[in-house]
Write a protein that binds this ligand. Structure first.
Ligand code: PGA
Length: 260
C-alpha cells in the first residue's frame, strides 16, 4: 500500500479547505486501486472537512496536538479534542514547529505518547538541516530524533504510526532529496526502529518521504519499495498538482497489482 498525506499547513481557510476536500474526492472517484489518503487541514477547518470526507476512504488528520491531557495551555488542543473532531491521524514534530516554534525533542516525545494514548495514529516528522547533511551527520541527527521519542515511548502491539522523513532543506524549497537519498534514509529508519522498539512489527509503521514532492517527481519516490508514501505540503493545496500525485500513486499500485 502507498499512503499520501496532504499537509495544508496555514495555506487555506475553511472555505478553501472544503473546496479542496471535494476536489480530492472527485479526483479519486471511480478509481479501482486507491492509495491510503489523509488530509490535514488547519484546525479551524477540521469539522467542515470532516463532513465532506465522511463515508469516503479519506482520513482526517490534525497538524499538531498538545502533550497535555487537559489543562492550562492557551491556544492548544489535546489529542482527545482532535479525535472528537473526527481526526484519526496527527502530525507530530513537523520541522516548522521544531524550527519556528521551538518544539524540542522532549515535547515531540510527549506528543507522540499523547497521540498514541488517545488512539490517534501519529505521523512523526524527522529530518536534518542542510548544514547537518553537508557535515555528513544526517543519519546521526535522524537517529537521535528517533531515539528521543522511542527511548521513552514503547508502542503497544495495537498501535500504528508513521515516520515522515522530511529533510529541513527540502521543505518548501522546490529542491527535493533524490529518491536514492530517501531510500537510504528510509532503510536506516526502518532498521533503527526495529533495533529500538523491541517486538515492533513491520506492519505497525510506515515510512513516508516529504519535502518538495510535486506532480512531476512523486512517481520517482512512490515507485521505491522502501518509500511507503509521501507527505505533501504546498503541492497538496494545488488541486491539479495534487491530482497528478494521486495519479502517480495509483500507477504504482496498479503496476504492483500486475506483478503480484
Ligand atoms: P512541501 O512541505 O511539500 O511544501 O515541501 C512538506 C511538508 O512540510 O510536510
Amino acid at each position: 500500500m502507498k499512503t499520501i498525506v496532504a499537509n495544508w499547513k496555514m495555506y487555506v481557510g475553511t472555505r478553501e479547505s472544503i473546496a479542496l476536500a471535494r476536489g480530492v474526492l472527485l479526483a479519486l472517484r471511480g478509481k479501482k486501486v486507491l492509495p491510503h489518503m489523509v488530509v490535514c487541514p488547519p484546525a479551524v477547518a477540521l469539522s467542515e472537512v470532516r463532513k465532506v470526507v465522511a463515508r469516503s476512504h479519506v482520513a482526517l488528520g490534525g497538524q499538531n496536538i498538545s502533550w497535555l491531557v487537559q489543562g492550562a495551555q492557551t491556544g492548544e488542543m489535546t489529542a482527545r479534542m482532535l479525535s472528537e473532531l473526527g481526526a484519526t491521524h496527527v502530525l507530530v514534530g513537523h520541522s516548522e514547529r521544531r524550527h519556528q516554534l521551538g518544539e524540542n525533542d522532549e515535547m515531540v516525545q510527549k506528543k507522540m505518547a499523547a497521540a498514541l494514548t488517545a488512539g490517534l495514529t501519529p505521523i512523526l516528522c524527522v529530518g536534518e538541516t542542510r548544514e547537518e547533511r553537508e557535515a555528513g551527520r544526517a543519519k546521526e541527527v535522524v537517529g537521535a530524533q528517533l531515539h528521543a521519542v522511542f527511548a521513552h515511548t514503547q508502542p503497544r502491539t495495537r498501535d500504528r504510526f508513521f515516520v515522515a522523513y522530511e529533510p529541513v532543506w527540502a521543505i518548501g524549497t522546490g529542491v527535493p532529496a533524490t529518491p536514492a537519498d530517501a531510500v537510504e534514509m528510509h532503510t536506516f529508519i526502518r532498521t533503527h526502529l526495529h533495533e529500538m522498539g523491541k517486538g515492533l512489527r513491520d506492519e505497525q509503521f510506515s515510512i513516508l518521504y516529504g519535502g518538495s514532492v510535486d506532480g512531476k517527481n512523486a512517481y520517482t519516490f512512490l515507485r521505491e519499495s522502501a518509500v511507503d508514501g509521501v507527505l505533501v505540503g504546498s503541492a497538496s493545496v494545488k488541486l491539479a498538482q495534487f491530482s497528478e500525485i494521486l495519479g502517480a500513486a495509483m500507477d504504482v499500485l496498479e503496476a504492483q497489482a500486475v506483478t503480484k
